[in-house]
Design a protein around this ligand. Structure first.
Ligand code: CTP
Ligand code: MG
Length: 169
């Protein structure tokens, strides 16, 4: 049986962390405009410091809200790891895309839609294993990946329709 409740508690902070930069991002890019050895931008203008910090903060606040509502302190701790993991995965994705010569905003299934949640899982693995091991069951991980793909598609289509994002992915 899938422990859907625990899965939702786990995914909310990294989902929020990943979504918030679209609204609050902008300004100084994380790579400060610098290029890598291949002459292309290290990360590109789509990864900004404000987006990074807003995302992590929003994710942690979500975890804090879960802790306050349910009195489970581990949910707050897990959110710290999962939010940082989500933003790290997003950055790794852009780094790989730039090295592959892909322009900012160009879609990549794995990089855009799955890497953030994979790193959220990796970063919070130890704490999850101790407090909510059901989230790490193979069927849970598969469910999380599938749900993430569907949600990410849906949200990007909405963001595109609202004019927040130039492309619907
Ligand atoms: N964003 C940000 N800072 C971040 C992540 C995202 O400011 N750390 C903002 C940027 O305005 C970005 C938008 O959120 O354009 C959408 O994020 P994303 O799809 O991850 O970036 P892309 O513009 O598609 O760039 P990339 O090709 O590098 O993924
Ligand atoms: Mg993108």
């Amino acid at each position: 049986m899938l422990d859907i409740f625990s899965i939702i508690l786990f995914i909310l902070p990294p989902y929020i962390a990943n979504a918030i930069p679209v609204l609050f991002g902008g300004g100084t890019p994380i790579d400060l405009g610098m290029s890598a050895w291949d002459g292309r931008r290290i990360l590109g203008d789509g990864k900004t410091l404000r987006g990074l910090f807003a995302g992590i903060l929003a994710g942690i606040l979500t975890g804090y809200a879960e802790y306050t509502l349910l009195g489970r302190y581990e949910l707050f701790i897990i959110s710290v790891y999962s939010s940082c993991g989500a933003m790290f995965g997003d950055i790794v994705g852009s780094f790989i895309k730039r090295r592959m010569g892909m322009e900012r905003g160009k879609p990549s299934f794995v990089m855009d839609q799955l890497l953030f949640i994979i790193f959220a899982l990796v970063f919070s693995y130890a704490t999850l294993a101790e407090y909510i091991p059901s989230v790490l069951f193979p069927e849970s991980v598969l469910f999380i990946l599938l749900l993430t793909y569907l949600m990410h598609r849906g949200m990007n289509i909405v963001a595109n329709k609202l004019g927040l994002k130039k492309v619907p992915w």
